[in-house]
Design a protein around this ligand. Sequence first.
Ligand code: ZN
Length: 317
Amino acid sequence: MDMVLGIDVGGTSIKAGLFTPEGELLEERKIPTPALVSEAAYATVTGGIARILAAHDAVPEDVIACGLDIPGPVADDGTVGFLPNIQLDPEGLVSAVSSVFPRATVAFVNDANAAALGEMWAGVATEVSSYVLIALGTGVGGGVVANGKLVAGAFGAGGEIGHITVNREEPLTCGCGRHGCLEQYASAKGIVRLYLDECARRGVTPVEVEHATDTLSVFRALAGGDECARIAVQQMCDYLAQAMAQISCVVDPAMYLIGGGVAGAFATFAPELRERFSAYALPTCKDVRIEAASLGNRAAMYGCAYEALRLRGESVG
Ligand SMILES: [Zn+2]
């Protein structure tokens, strides 16, 4: 019985999903791990997965593909770039996984790129060959799929939509060291900042925000008629629509999928986003579909499993 693994590698834990080759998720389990740089840590991961397999009457030899999604750049050829946010030795992890699951094709995929691929396997993009996923979360990530293939890029920066420049006048510095990136306005942090800035500009007291990424309070204020929240969300949509209009000139996708935590409020801001996009876009592509992503925080787990399965298909012929 063939099985596929999708392993979501985070800072303090990994989430492992066991799939059928058809894309049915059989089980997912969180495995707390120390830094993934030692044999003991690898054994914690592979041991945890072996137990999931056993619960489904499967053995390690049944695993034909194993995808690992990581928060960092992965180039078209699978090379892993610099990982600022997690401790991980890619080569060590691959050799540990390969020795426990001897039949498995192993693949690393950037997490936002993986989320895009997941939508093709089991989400809303199963019928679409060219689309772009934009994940609005703590940061802004993205994944570009063109003609059914992920565009990871020569340096692994394919889909770094969050760092498209949308405001050359921005004095604040982005995490990438540049200024005026989309992420500074359309991430959860960006939306909260736009709201607080608008309140300060008007000299009104903002609603209480619990933390720097508390968009829930901003959208709740918007629902309650808060004018500053309305302006903040308009600005967010404006910057996002500008970036999407540029992307369309390069990739011309059939569909945009909006994912990440902020997409919980998609129904609220979608009309504004669609309107601004069609105002900015090249007329040829102004009627593109703009929808919410469907797999939530499981998308990347699905997508890396799918990519490993596809790689296997290519190597088998
Ligand atoms: Zn940036």
